[in-house]
Design a protein around this ligand. Structure first.
Ligand SMILES: Cc1ncc(COP(=O)(O)O)c(C=O)c1O
Ligand SMILES: N[C@H](C=O)CCC(=O)O
Length: 430
């Protein structure tokens, strides 16, 4: 495999950007080797600057649920941008976006568009604090909510991958206000609320944890958090930046039938452009400036080109059978990966929820963060490179979920599973 141009770019980048990248996980530091540099992407495929083609199971970390460079999204972006890139005054697409989101996710009675998932979560937690007058927040070990200071405590994603779950630079006084719980542990949550429930402003949770690989909620767990928050007056925030519009049209809250007070979105809602959103109960959102006293703002928020890309994507995913097809493709992939691993004698288990999946190198079922970190990351790293060499790109970390798009058809799945049969044999050989 020729990677000369990527190598040359990475060498230059290392001198210019920390780790040679603009976001840590993509540096390949935990799996070893060097990242490839993308030249283009279409459908289920990424093409690098040396002309290598990969079936892509990241989809830009989630936004590309309709596949890369979908013609409807490109057309919407092209026609919108000709009218101007940014206005700094309200535009009609923002209103259409909010109406569309509220139709698909009814708990989003009112909302605010922002520019990233990070902005959405840190705005939501500020609102929870402002509305309750309390300061403590609760998050879960291995969950990642972007890089806001309050969230870099036992954080997942790159923070977990690189062993930096509690980042230097976050004042201790602030970090002390973040309480952490083990995800899926009913008893621990009950105990914490019994001790400190009246001090907790909000609970923020990835309803399906996608930043410590992919861990599904135990039956009744999200409802348990709902009940604890209702009883104590804490605000329940579902961080649906990853799960929103991915595990169901109405997100994880629709899939599990649990209604949060606030939700955060990102990724798919922007169709590949930098977008996030937060919203929920109207009485809470009315406390955001200028309607209320809790301040939050953004020069480019509601950007028309970003709204156009997001709206086009939200249009595509409402097509008939869209999620049914995604769900069955994910089953084909995960069942096939488990079978291929089993045939090679490599212990592997998968988790899946519609268009999102986890691949764990263990023979045990994974239901907790402790289960996830106990898996064989060295075996994952070997598998990752064996797949990459065969033209399949999984996340370059054992602690990230995988994503399918509607462009992953029979051909791509068959190609992936053939590569996996060979790759697992390579892993077994050591
Ligand atoms: C669940 C979750 N919340 C928040 C974020 C932060 O989003 P962003 O990277 O757009 O700031 C991410 C991803 O990075 C995420 O997966
Ligand atoms: N897990 C993160 C987002 O979901 C990975 C993306 C990033 O941090 O670059």
């Amino acid at each position: 495999m020729n990677t000369a141009t990527s190598h040359e770019l990475f060498t230059r980048a290392l001198d210019l950007m920390p780790g040679g990248v603009n976001s840590p996980v993509r540096a390949f530091k935990s799996v070893g080797g060097e990242p490839f540099f993308a030249a283009s992407a279409e459908g289920a495929y990424l093409v690098d600057v040396d002309g290598n083609r990969y079936v892509d199971y990241i989809g830009s970390w989630g936004p590309m649920i309709a596949g890369h460079a979908h013609p409807k999204v490109l057309d919407a972006v092209a026609s919108t941008m000709r009218k101007g890139l940014s206005f700094g005054v309200p535009n009609a697409l923002e209103v259409t976006m909010a109406e569309t989101v509220r139709k698909l996710v009814p708990s989003m009675q009112m909302m605010r568009m922002v520019n990233s998932g990070t902005e959405a979560t840190l705005s939501a937690i500020r609102l929870a604090r402002g509305a309750t007058g309390r300061t403590r927040i609760v998050k879960f070990e291995g969950c990642y909510h972007g890089h806001g200071d309050s969230f870099l405590v036992k954080a997942g994603s790159g923070a977990l991958t690189f062993g930096l779950p509690n980042s230097p630079g976050v004042p201790k006084a602030l970090a002390d206000l973040t309480l952490t719980l083990p995800y899926n542990d009913f008893e621990a949550a009950t105990t914490l609320f019994a001790e400190m429930g009246d001090q907790i402003a909000g609970v923020i949770v990835e309803p399906i944890v996608g930043n410590a690989n992919c861990i599904l909620p135990r039956e009744g767990y999200l409802q348990h958090l709902r009940d604890l928050c209702t009883q104590s007056g804490a605000i329940l925030i579902f961080d649906e930046v990853m799960t929103g519009f991915r595990v169901a049209l109405g997100g994880a809250q629709a899939r599990y039938g649990v209604t949060p007070d606030l939700s955060t979105f990102g990724k798919i809602i922007g169709g590949g452009m930098p977008v996030g959103a937060y919203g929920g109960r109207a009485d809470l959102m009315q406390q955001i400036a200028p309607a209320g006293p809790v301040y939050q703002a953004g020069t480019l928020s509601g950007n028309p080109v970003a709204m156009a890309a997001g709206l086009a994507t939200l249009g595509i995913i409402q097509g008939p059978g869209f999620y049914e097809r995604l769900e069955s493709a994910t089953h084909v992939l995960c069942d096939g990966l488990e079978a291929a691993a089993h045939d090679a004698g490599v212990p592997v288990t998968t988790t899946r929820s519609c268009a999102m999946f986890g691949l764990f190198f263990t023979d045990r079922q994974v239901e907790t963060f402790a289960d996830a970190v106990a898996c064989d990351t060295a075996a994952f790293n070997r598998f990752f490179h064996a797949m990459l060499r065969r033209g399949v790109y999984f996340a370059p970390s054992a602690f990230e979920a995988g994503f399918l798009s509607s462009a992953h058809g029979e051909e791509e799945l068959a190609f992936t599973l053939q590569a996996a049969r060979e790759a697992f044999k390579e892993v077994a050989a050591g």
